[in-house]
Design a protein around this ligand. Sequence first.
Ligand SMILES: [Zn+2]
Length: 97
Amino acid sequence: MAIQEEIREGIARKQAKFDDWDWDTQLSKVDKGMYLRYADKLLSYLHSQGVVVKVKCPDCEWSQFVGGESVGMTPCHTCNSTGYIYEPLITEVIKEG
Ligand SMILES: [Zn+2]
């Protein structure tokens, strides 16, 4: 699942929980759709304000060390050697849904 889809469902689940519903056992497909549309509106607003998602650069080589330093990274040009890239909060798939 893309990070954008995880965030979208995460917002819907949290709002449902706030309303005292259990996402997995108490909500119908229609109910879930209502919460997902709420998430879409919220994400659309944040997107319009320039909010983006920071993700690990897929072109860098990340490696985990045992003990000592936690993470090593071989930088690349895609991310300008920062180790991270930015993705839009809303993808085309979510816009259609
Ligand atoms: Zn990189």
